[in-house]
Write a protein that binds this ligand. Structure first.
Ligand SMILES: CC(C)(COP(=O)(O)OP(=O)(O)OC[C@H]1O[C@@H](n2cnc3c(N)ncnc32)[C@H](O)[C@@H]1O)[C@@H](O)C(=O)NCCC(=O)NCCS
Ligand SMILES: Nc1ncnc2c1ncn2[C@@H]1O[C@H](COP(=O)(O)OP(=O)(O)OP(=O)(O)O)[C@@H](O)[C@H]1O
Length: 197
């Protein structure tokens, strides 16, 4: 089984590329989704976060208050490191479990969407890495628009990850998502064709 890691920085277009890949029928493990699984009520990820940060990170219904944790995490490297130390091993375990299931099912080509791949590399396997890229000015603009953030909030989220300009230099493949969606999808088609031949 060949595993392609899809990464990028916040709002550069990983989910857009991942959605297209799923539409093509390929299996995809999304660590943003798995990160939600490990903080469901009853899961040890949530219990450990509450133990460390207190019940103020919970909503009245007992679910994680994502906005509250996001406010604490983005822009505070110490909190970010603590949250990562609690959640990343649990997320990595879920990825391993997912990969084992896909391998057993005989899938030849699978994808893993890992936003923080280069920040947490040791935890996540992959045969090649695609970086979904847009210039930073466009990343900022799309992030502000999608999440309804102020420019300062958006910049603080961008600063909590490695710069996309750095990540692009590490990539095996750069998917340039600064043009139309059609142009992005075409690059994905070309790369899948390359892998399959
Ligand atoms: C802080 C949380 C609650 C904010 O939730 P929210 O719903 O607002 O955002 P969402 O989960 O959709 O993430 C949006 C994007 O933020 C960025 N991001 C998320 N977590 C982190 C982090 N620890 N460090 C840097 N950037 C991050 C990623 O680019 C991600 O795609 C949530 O992101 C979280 O639990 N993060 C810790 C787990 C993690 O590292 N997830 C990333 C996948 S490994
Ligand atoms: N080629 C494009 N043209 C115009 N808008 C786009 C394009 N690609 C993505 N977008 C928009 O930019 C925003 C960010 O894209 P997306 O959500 O795919 O990024 P992401 O990398 O998955 O972000 P995150 O790290 O936060 O999960 C979204 O609102 C999306 O609709």
């Amino acid at each position: 089984m060949y595993a392609v890691v899809i990464t990028g920085s916040i709002a550069t277009g990983k989910s857009t590329v991942s959605a297209y890949i799923q539409q093509l029928g390929y299996p995809l493990l999304d660590t943003d989704v798995l990160a939600r699984v490990v903080v469901e009520p009853g899961h040890q990820g949530l219990a450990q976060l509450v133990e460390r940060f207190g019940p103020e990170i919970l909503q009245a219904d007992g679910q994680l208050d994502r906005a509250a944790l996001g406010e604490m995490l983005f822009g505070n490297p110490a909190v970010q490191a603590e949250v990562n130390a609690i959640l990343h091993p649990l997320i990595a375990e879920e990825v391993q479990r997912g990969l084992a299931r896909l391998e057993a099912a005989g899938e030849p080509l699978v994808f893993i969407d890992v936003p923080l791949y280069y920040e947490t590399k040791a935890d996540f396997p992959g045969d090649e890495v695609w970086v979904v890229y847009t210039p930073e000015a466009m990343q900022l603009e799309r992030l502000i628009e999608r999440n309804h953030l102020t420019e300062a909030q958006a910049r603080s989220r961008m600063a909590s990850q490695l710069s996309i300009e750095v990540k692009r230099t590490y990539a095996d493949v750069v998917i340039d998502n600064s043009g139309s969606l059609t142009q992005t999808y075409q690059q994905v088609d070309e790369q899948i064709q390359r892998i399959q031949t």
